[in-house]
Design a binder for this molecule. Structure first.
Ligand code: CP
Ligand code: NVA
Length: 307
């Protein structure tokens, strides 16, 4: 059966661990896997803008012997003039995998239901699971393990928060989330992540207290307060998120050797201070590079499970 990667819990704990190990191997030996030799084509579709996702998928597909076909949705019929299902039926006869950055998670589900080839979520309004593979890989490299570590996320209960909760829980981490009350993460995702945390020896807490959340943390993470599509809410959001900036005073409450993640793009002075983002505890450039290695591992793994 063809596997898809639409959200973080589409893979088991063992599968997540296998993909991360494969990513470490491919980071050391970048051209050792050629699932797309031919070259086969992989479609990478963007309904929203991107730098990292665009570059890392294009480079990764080439490294794996394939040919990336980058499609900016405004130049296609997708979703507007033609249904997602019909698009899937056209694409899957010609490409080896479909990578899609879009708005509604339901669109990804519809694409996957109608595609014979794997579909990968390259960010939706609800999840950013490829980013989490890169983030976990970065933590694994810097800390040597995932299970048992405390990961504190401060900010918006958005797609990144959802993915931190699910992927962190699968990895057996202690995930702690702090958001303003009006921007708390989705209750269903919290419930699912709690269940996964229990199964994997981790835990999940959601609160409005930045201090309690970052206390004793091994990993701090944040994301923009204004996600793509929310630009009109900027002024209101900046006001609501006052006090939720990761700055030096907040970082000082975590463990002394804590590392700081940010998926980027970052807005210095808003969700994170320049001092922290550009400081010695931030591992954001490793994290951005790891998008490449983690996604290559994911594509290899999906190729192995596609037949
Ligand atoms: N982190 C991330 O997904 O970056 P882009 O929006 O630039 O792809
Ligand atoms: N939450 C952000 C992540 C960007 C990579 C957004 O959806 O815009």
């Amino acid at each position: 059966m063809t596997r898809h990667f639409l959200k973080d819990d589409d893979i088991s704990a063992q599968e997540q661990a296998d993909i991360l190990q494969l990513a470490l191997k491919l980071k050391k030996d970048p051209y050792s896997a050629k699932p797309f030799a031919g070259p086969k084509t992989v479609a990478v579709i963007f309904d929203k803008t991107s730098t990292r996702t665009r570059v890392s998928f294009a480079v990764g597909i080439s490294d794996l012997g394939g040919s990336p076909l980058i499609i900016d949705a405004q130049g296609s019929q997708l979703g507007v003039k033609e249904s997602v299902a019909d698009t899937a039926r056209v694409l899957d006869r010609q490409v080896a995998q479909i990578v899609w950055r879009t708005y509604a998670q339901a669109g990804l589900v519809e694409m996957a239901e109608n595609s014979k080839v794997p579909v990968i979520n390259a960010l939706s309004d609800d999840y950013h699971p490829c980013q989490l593979l890169a983030d976990l890989l970065t933590v694994l490299e810097h800390k040597g393990r995932l299970a048992g570590l405390k990961l504190a996320y401060i900010g918006d209960g958005n797609n990144m928060a959802n993915s931190y909760m699910l992927a962190g829980a699968i990895a057996g981490m202690h995930v702690a989330i702090a958001t303003p009350i009006a921007y708390a993460p989705d209750a269903d995702v919290v419930a699912r992540a709690t269940e996964l945390a229990t199964q994997n020896g981790g835990s999940l807490s959601v609160s409005t207290s930045v201090s309690a959340t970052v206390s004793d943390a091994d990993v701090l993470a944040t994301d923009t307060w204004v996600s793509m599509g929310q630009e009109a809410e900027k002024a209101e959001r900046v006001k609501a998120f006052a006090g939720f900036t990761i700055d030096s005073a907040v970082l000082a409450q975590a463990k002394a050797d804590a590392i700081v993640l940010h998926c980027l793009p970052a807005y210095r002075g808003y969700e994170i201070s320049a001092e922290v983002l550009d400081g010695s505890q931030a591992v954001i450039w490793d994290e951005a590079e790891n998008r490449l290695h983690a996604q290559k591992a994911l594509m290899v793994w999906l190729d192995q499970h596609a037949k």
